[in-house]
Write a protein that binds this ligand. Structure first.
Ligand code: ZN
Length: 465
């Protein structure tokens, strides 16, 4: 197959070139002449991007009390594919009392035969046990080289500072990395109890109990501990301007720190939480924005975009964790609303529209933060993350011309709303190829999607910027 006439755009730059695919791999990039019998796909006027890599999603996640995310691996990865993401790195999760191997085994069962993107796993640990130090090495053998711990969610997943140190020391010995949910869980707990005592139960109070200072505090505390252990660490879903400034300082000091942010923190803001005392549909709409960390003031966005452009933040995942409106409505108060929102399908379109078209990101930086940097950090490069001979033919044809407005009915996920409804978008994912298979045509996934493969991750490249 020859993908002809497009502007091939990778982290290294952007230039007019044709891409030849043989089987599952790219074999040539340059000015190429079609061969007799070769399929030719015209990409004139379009960007040709490396398949997107979703660094942060929660598919088929059990959240306690019988609650499961609205998307499983079938619907979630189909939506990802429609949006130009060909690899997802989901958070396999070890629940209390389980070994890491058991958590990973269950996630293999969830994904196998269902995922229609390629997939890899991080391993999220809901506690830290001394025995895990040895189990981390088994995970590396099994192709998992990134882990996650929570500094928030007291009484369910939060770990203490001494446990953070032990985990980071064990990880450093292996050269793996740990992603941290950085918010101070104890202070949040106190703020939540205070609001509830005042009968403040609406979603309006969610961001008021999780101020940005508590992300910054957790990030700084983590940084001190990680520097003592000389350990790779990264902050998942960085949400606030003041946190981005701390990351810049830490990286300048030589910390082995990288950062991920999410589209919601770049384009949505805390006005989504509405007003105090909202009821009915207004309260339900506010609940769709209940996620942690919460959306921040719009004034933070310029700092986050600048940090993404200048290498302070290296990649963008969505934290796709979808619930239906019914699931969101069932809770008694803001602190029991299931946390999370869908976003996996719109990552490239949002980053293109509000990044590239708005003049905040170069096309090359767009490719870096949506694909190559995650591939490098999670040990999938150069098989994934770029367009070069020998790489997997994971290719996205992005047509920059169409203008459209987000409506949930045009998306492919398993939920029933999107927090991005009404946003104007420039450009559209037109075609997607996964290891050479033409899986999205004219913006729609084909009927018989081939199944994705499990990808074993190598060790992180902590030098990405
Ligand atoms: Zn998450």
């Amino acid at each position: 197959m020859l993908l002809r006439g497009g502007t091939v755009t990778t982290a290294a730059g952007s230039s007019r070139a044709d891409v030849r695919v043989d089987g599952e791999q790219v074999v040539e990039v340059g000015e190429l002449t079609p061969r007799p019998g070769e399929d030719v796909v015209d990409a004139t006027g379009c960007l040709v991007l490396p398949g997107g890599i979703e660094s942060h999603c929660h598919l088929d996640l059990e959240c306690g009390l019988g609650l499961v995310t609205a998307d499983d691996f079938a619907t979630g990865t189909r939506a990802a594919l429609a949006g130009g993401t060909t690899t997802v790195i989901d958070f396999a999760t070890q629940f209390h009392g389980e070994t890491l191997a058991r958590g990973l085994e269950r996630w293999h069962e969830k994904a196998a035969g269902k995922a229609v993107t390629d997939y890899a796993f991080h391993l999220a640990m809901t506690q830290w046990q001394p025995s895990f130090a040895a189990e981390l090495a088994d995970m590396v053998e099994a192709g998992v080289t990134s882990f996650k711990l929570y500094l928030a969610y007291r009484h369910s997943m939060m770990v203490e500072d001494d446990e953070v140190l032990a985990a980071l020391q064990a990880s450093a010995a292996l050269g793996t990395t740990i992603g941290f949910h950085c918010e101070n869980g104890r202070v949040i707990d106190a703020l939540v109890q205070a609001e509830l005592a005042d009968r403040h139960t609406g979603a309006y109070y969610h961001p008021r109990t999780r101020p940005a200072e508590l992300e910054r505090e957790a990030l700084v505390r983590l940084g001190v501990i990680a520097d003592l252990a000389d350990a790779n660490h990264y902050i998942v879903h960085l949400s606030a301007a003041q946190s981005a400034r701390e990351v810049r300082t830490a990286r300048a000091r030589g910390s082995r720190l990288v950062a991920e942010t999410c589209p919601q923190y770049l384009v949505l803001d805390e006005s989504a939480y509405g007003v105090p005392g909202a009821t009915g549909d207004a309260e339900l709409a506010a609940r769709t924005a209940v996620m942690s960390p919460p959306l921040r003031p719009a004034a933070d966005q310029d700092t986050l975009w600048a940090a993404l452009a200048d290498g302070t933040i290296q990649f963008v995942g969505t934290d796709h964790c979808s619930f239906t409106l019914e699931q969101k409505a069932a809770a008694d108060a803001f602190n029991t609303v299931p946390n999370g929102a869908p976003g996996i399908e719109l990552r490239l379109a949002l980053l293109y529209t509000y990044g590239v078209a708005a003049g905040r990101l170069t096309p090359a930086r767009f490719a870096a933060v949506t694909s190559e940097n995650a591939a490098r950090y999670f040990g999938l490069y150069p098989r994934k993350g770029t367009i070069a001979p020998g790489s997997d033919a994971d290719l996205v044809v992005y047509d920059p011309a169409p203008r459209w407005t987000v409506r949930h009915e045009d998306l492919h996920d398993g939920t029933d709303h999107t927090p991005y409804a009404g946003l104007a978008i420039q450009g559209k994912v037109r075609d997607v190829f996964l290891r050479g298979a033409h899986v999205v045509r004219a913006g729609e996934p084909v009927a018989d999607l081939p199944r994705g493969q499990f990808l074993r991750c190598g060790l992180p490249d902590p030098t990405i910027s």
